[in-house]
Design a protein around this ligand. Structure first.
Ligand code: URA
Length: 199
């Protein structure tokens, strides 16, 4: 982990951080993954979405949230007039994951993997410097807040990585539990209200 801290701290911009991750050999997940999945969207966006880890589609394409869950995320963003393809700070978003490599068979990331990669995540937030972060799902809450329990945490602002942080349900969870879309919608409106209030 001290290696991760040094490597992360030495990265002066996002491309250096991506390169530092590519050169980092201490996380076993890297060996099973096809691609490093760094980020998508716009680094000047006011909002940074932080998911869990790449799945099969993301591992293949080298981009976060491009599979079924990602398509739902895109629809949810569109509903609040946001789009990862837009490069205006107001309408654009930046998207990444707690872990940049796909865990084998999409198993849950281990606590030690999350801990090992945390300095990179912190540096990633520091470099993007968004106004707010959205913690997408339980693993992201665990990494950002040190707490799980998304059902209780969602919709309430907390602080993670030194930023105001809003936990919300993971779109993969919403695909399995469509009734929970009601809460996710409320959380998106809360996010939008926060951004419009200029805080
Ligand atoms: N789930 C995540 O948490 N992240 C992705 O990039 C894809 C699916």
């Amino acid at each position: 982990i001290s290696d991760a801290r040094t490597a992360a701290a030495n990265a002066q911009d996002l491309s250096q951080l991506q390169a530092a991750l590519g050169a980092y050999e201490h996380c076993d997940l890297k060996r099973g993954a096809r691609n490093l999945v760094f980020s998508d969207g716009h680094p000047t966006a006011r909002v940074m979405f932080i998911g869990e880890a790449p799945g099969r589609d993301e591992d293949q394409q080298g981009k976060p949230f491009v599979g079924r869950a990602g398509q739902l995320l895109d629809k949810m963003l569109a509903a609040i007039d946001m789009d990862r393809l837009l490069d205006t700070p107001e309408a654009g978003v930046y998207i990444t994951n707690v872990l940049p490599w796909r865990p084998p068979q999409n198993r849950d990331p281990k606590p030690e993997e999350i801990a090992m990669m945390r300095p990179f995540m912190q540096r990633h937030v520091d470099l993007v410097d968004p106004d707010v972060v959205v913690l997408v799902g339980n693993i992201s809450c665990d990494a950002g807040l040190g707490r799980r329990g998304i059902t209780r945490l969602r919709g309430t602002w907390a602080e993670a990585y030194g930023k105001p942080a809003l936990p919300m349900f993971h779109p993969a969870y919403l695909l399995r539990n469509p009734a929970a879309k009601r809460e996710a919608w409320a959380d998106l409106l809360e996010l939008k209200a926060r951004l419009e209030s200029g805080v």
